[in-house]
Ligand binder design. Structure first.
Ligand code: CO
Length: 430
């Protein structure tokens, strides 16, 4: 299968952060990585290749070098995307319609969600004998739709529209008398509905991803932000050669809602794992800090491409386009972590990999967003660069990017993870 087909397959099998992490864990296990459990003791030998999950929605995979690690080489991406979360008591009816009440998860563009077949996936937690267990669920067929109001009933619909979560966004689910969502999930899992104690279920668009354009230049799919980077970093990590550093792939949940959950980038997950790995290898706190001081992180989260119909929304000089290569993101107020050192290091790595680089900063009068890098650095100080792949319609439920850029990211990350950088007062050797 070609790389973009594999990317689209990964995304379609990953309707929620839980599934993205499950599919990543499977790919790692297939490649010989062993899962470590946070509640157990870890014993690690040189050359060990392992991964750890937290909350089943964040994951850190790492490779231990043959000698004591000389530093950390990390990438950070996020497993979640803006979507609608089903309320715990979601079902309500009127006029014979059964509807699902939802809450916004993250800041999405609402309009693209309307008039689209939606399915339901996530995690349910249930009683199994005397144990409480969690299972991933995916109905994998259209079961809901949020209908627009006809133009005849809203003549101003094309002149700018605001969406009210309570009245506009409940999803039509069935007609009276049909089964509720818990019954469908129980059926899909082969469990009793009354054993389901609680759930984290999300609506997701069923529209499949596609490669398109006069010369197949584009790729469109749900959740390109940030599963395109998750996939690219994972492939690069799996294909990399040896490094003298501890190399790690970090995938965090909850980036779209501020990262402050127990498994998010603003939690202790990363430092807990890195510390435990160092200590299991017989290093002490000082050894851990030496590795951090000789550490480098690539915070990979998609970037805004210049919009074809709104070119004036982009900066005058920094104008990323699809298929233009890796986008290095800059922000004077440190919302992005890139500085001249980290940008230079990563640009050199891209040059060695034959990967073009472009630059992004917000238009000077726009605040823009922030992402994983600056949040991670509050827990662990190391060199960090913020990058992404150029995309259109960020936070739509159907986003568009360049078909060549996935491969650029894989190549850049493979090169990055194969390096053994050394930082000295005289400079950084790659
Ligand atoms: Co993102």
């Amino acid at each position: 299968m070609d790389l973009n087909e594999r990317l689209l397959s990964f995304i379609s099998r990953s309707p929620t952060a839980f599934h993205a992490v499950e599919n990543t864990a499977r790919a790692l296990a297939d490649a010989g990585f062993e899962e470590l459990i946070e509640t157990q003791d870890w014993s690690l030998a040189p050359g060990a290749r392992c991964f750890v999950r937290r909350n089943a929605s964040s994951l850190i995979a790492f490779r231990v070098p043959r000698q004591a690690p000389t530093g950390f080489l990390l990438s950070a991406t996020h497993s979640d995307s803006p979507c609608f979360k089903l309320k715990e008591s979601a079902v309500f009816s009127s006029d014979g319609y059964v509807k699902l009440g939802v809450e916004k998860y993250g800041g999405m563009l609402c309009a693209p969600w309307l008039d689209r077949p939606l399915s339901l996936a996530g995690r349910v937690t249930l009683r199994e004998g005397s144990t409480i267990v969690s299972r991933l669920a995916d109905l994998a067929r259209p079961v809901a739709l949020i209908p627009n109001l006809a133009i005849h009933m809203d003549r101003s619909a094309n002149e700018g529209k605001s969406y009210d979560m309570r009245t506009d966004m409940p999803a039509l689910f069935s007609l009276a008398g049909a089964k509720g969502p818990e019954a469908l999930v129980a059926e899909a899992l082969g469990v009793k509905e009354e054993d389901i104690l609680s759930k984290d279920l999300f609506l997701y668009p069923c529209t499949p991803g596609t490669v398109w354009g006069a010369e197949n230049e584009f790729i469109s799919s749900p959740r390109l932000d940030d599963l395109q980077c998750v996939f690219g970093c994972l492939q690069g990590f799996l294909e990399a050669g040896d490094s003298s550093c501890l190399t790690a792939l970090c995938i965090f949940d909850n980036e779209e809602v501020g990262s402050s959950s127990k498994q998010g980038a603003d939690s202790s997950f990363l430092t807990d794992v890195l510390r435990r790995v160092c200590f299991a290898l017989g290093m002490d706190e000082s050894g851990y800090l030496r590795c951090a001081a000789n550490g480098f992180m690539v915070s990979a989260d998609n970037a805004h491409a210049v919009h074809p119909n709104h070119p004036d929304q982009a900066d005058r000089c920094e104008r990323p386009v699809p298929n233009g290569g890796i986008v290095i993101k800059y922000n004077a107020n440190a919302r992005y972590t890139t500085d001249s050192v980290s940008a230079a290091v990563f640009s050199e790595i891209c040059r060695a990999a034959g990967v073009p680089v472009q630059r992004y900063s917000n238009r000077a009068d726009k605040p823009g967003g922030s992402t994983l890098g600056s949040i991670s650095l509050t827990h662990l100080s190391l060199e960090c660069v913020d990058i992404g792949l150029a995309q259109l319609a960020m936070h739509s439920c159907y986003e568009t990017a360049g078909a060549k850029d996935t491969e650029y990211l894989v190549r850049a990350m493979r090169e990055f993870y194969s390096r053994s950088p050394r930082k000295t007062p005289a400079g950084i050797s790659l």
